[in-house]
Design a protein around this ligand. Structure first.
Ligand code: GAP
Length: 454
């Protein structure tokens, strides 16, 4: 096997996602709507896996975090209190010449409309306005009235739904600080310059934990969560050499944050934020206490009152999805043919195994393959594929990252064994057909690291 060492581009990932039905440009038959995407079958399965692995690590396997699912449209007063109406802005500049809009703080990464090889402001034709603040929240109307009183927002983060439910959860969840509330769900931001595929989109799925701690313990828990989240991303199989931590400077920090560090990933566009871990202090609970008149505080058994501080690990499925595909994408020459393979962690891979009758028209093979498939699909997402040459069927599964293929062949008819082919090593071994279910269950539970880590 020979590696084909081309630098990976985002276009390669976009094209694979399109070709194999992970992700499609949205509203395509109407000409598309810039930077919005629809997920096909394998995209949905991969997203489900990312979400449930996050939920498992953050809720299921912990004693101290409970789940919440708050509304997307909240009272607009929430966003006044949280500071989003006044402060959830990016600096925007217009170019009077090419009529494009840019983020003033990102000009070095933007492309000028008239001269794509140049940055905005770099050519004598560029005529940029002064920067002004642009609010990223999408406005909508609630109810039949179209006046000021009906204005509302699509949530730009799930966090505020958690803060406004602090009292409900703290009373009922029988937890005391340190404890957390976890929520995943859609968030919406009217980004000035979305782009780079799913990396920056206007509609994405956030997964956030607000972790409430005694104030003096906040720095300690901030460190703890940074380590936890970095380790979680490593556990998904992202290579160590492509992950790092970076602390925000004071100017970079959001209005609510007293300290933020990012877990960064080396995307094809360079090192970028994968997940943010912020110390939000007491900002949010204090703001909502003041604006709502409801005290959001903790009273310990001795009657001492305090406002917990908040540590917040927040990440979108989209940023993880892109990082995983970039990390997993590989091309190599096997024999005299190139193969594209997604070396995904088996728990992330959309399909866990393929069941392939070697000669589909052979009734014995066809029946055994179908029976095995029907048994396995009750427990895992698996595929039965009986169309085309076996080599082509393997290649198809390689491209969607299926870790194993079970092939029913002539020998199966003699001794009731099947071959199992490993996606990464291409090694094949034989297993009794009756033991496949247990073998797959066990293989899926094993720790995994990328064969490219070395
Ligand atoms: N509640 C805190 C918060 O929302 P953020 O840094 O603005 O913090 C959290 O966003 C995470 O959401 C980021 O680390 C990134 O993973 C993801 N994210 C932010 N904007 C995004 C966008 N436009 N498209 C995709 N993911 C985005």
């Amino acid at each position: 096997m020979a590696e084909t060492a081309k630098p990976l581009t985002m276009e390669t990932i976009v094209s694979l996602c399109r070709r194999r039905g992970f992700v499609f440009p949205s509203s395509e038959i109407y000409g598309g709507l810039g930077s919005t995407y629809d997920y096909g079958h394998y995209g949905v399965l991969t997203k489900n896996n990312i979400r449930s692995l996050w939920f498992r690590a953050m809720v299921q396997e912990r004693d101290d975090i409970v789940a919440l699912d708050s509304a997307i449209i909240l009272s607009p007063r929430v966003w006044e209190a949280s500071g989003h109406v006044a402060g959830f802005t990016d600096p925007l500049v217009d170019c009077r010449t090419c009529k494009l809009r840019f983020r003033a703080d990102q000009l070095e990464f933007e492309k000028c409309g008239r001269k794509p090889s140049k940055r905005p402001g770099e050519t004598p034709d560029c005529d940029l306005t002064e920067a002004r603040q642009f609010n990223l929240m999408f406005e909508t109307r609630v109810g039949a009235l179209q006046d000021e009183s009906s204005a509302a927002y699509l949530r730009p983060e799930t966090a505020q739904g958690i803060f406004i439910n602090f009292k409900n959860v703290a009373q009922l969840a029988r937890r005391k600080p340190p404890f957390g509330i976890a929520q995943f769900g859609k968030a919406f931001r009217n980004e000035i310059t979305p782009g780079n595929f799913l990396f920056r989109v206007r509609e994405f799925e956030l997964m956030e934990v607000e972790y409430f701690v005694p104030p003096a313990e906040a720095p300690k828990w901030h460190e703890y969560w940074l380590e936890q989240r970095l380790a979680w991303h490593r556990g998904l199989g992202l290579r160590d050499s492509n992950l790092r931590l970076r602390e925000h400077s004071a100017e970079e920090r959001s209005h609510y944050s007293s300290a933020t560090s990012d877990v960064e990933y080396l995307y094809p566009i360079g090192w970028q934020e994968l997940e943010g871990v912020a110390n939000r202090g007491e900002f949010d609970l204090t703001q909502h206490t003041q604006h709502s008149g409801t005290k959001l505080e903790w009273i310990d058994p001795d009657g001492n009152r305090y406002t917990p501080h908040v540590i917040e690990p927040a990440v979108s499925i989209e940023r993880i999805f892109v990082a995983l595909l970039c990390d997993a994408y590989d091309e190599e020459i096997v024999g005299d043919r190139e193969r594209v393979v997604l070396r995904l962690h088996p728990q992330v891979a959309p399909v866990k195994a393929a069941i392939l009758p070697l000669i589909p028209r052979d009734e014995g093979m066809a029946t055994r393959a179908r029976t095995l498939y029907e048994e396995l699909r009750r427990h895992h997402i698996v595929e039965h594929d009986d169309s085309g040459q076996i080599g082509r069927r393997y290649r198809r599964q390689d491209e969607i990252g299926t870790p194993w293929a079970f092939t029913v062949d002539e020998q199966t008819l003699e001794d009731e064994t099947v071959t199992v082919r490993d996606r990464d090593s291409l090694a094949q071994e034989r297993l009794p057909i009756g033991g496949v279910r247990a073998w797959l269950d066990d293989a899926l539970e094993q720790d995994w690291s990328s064969p490219r880590s070395g």
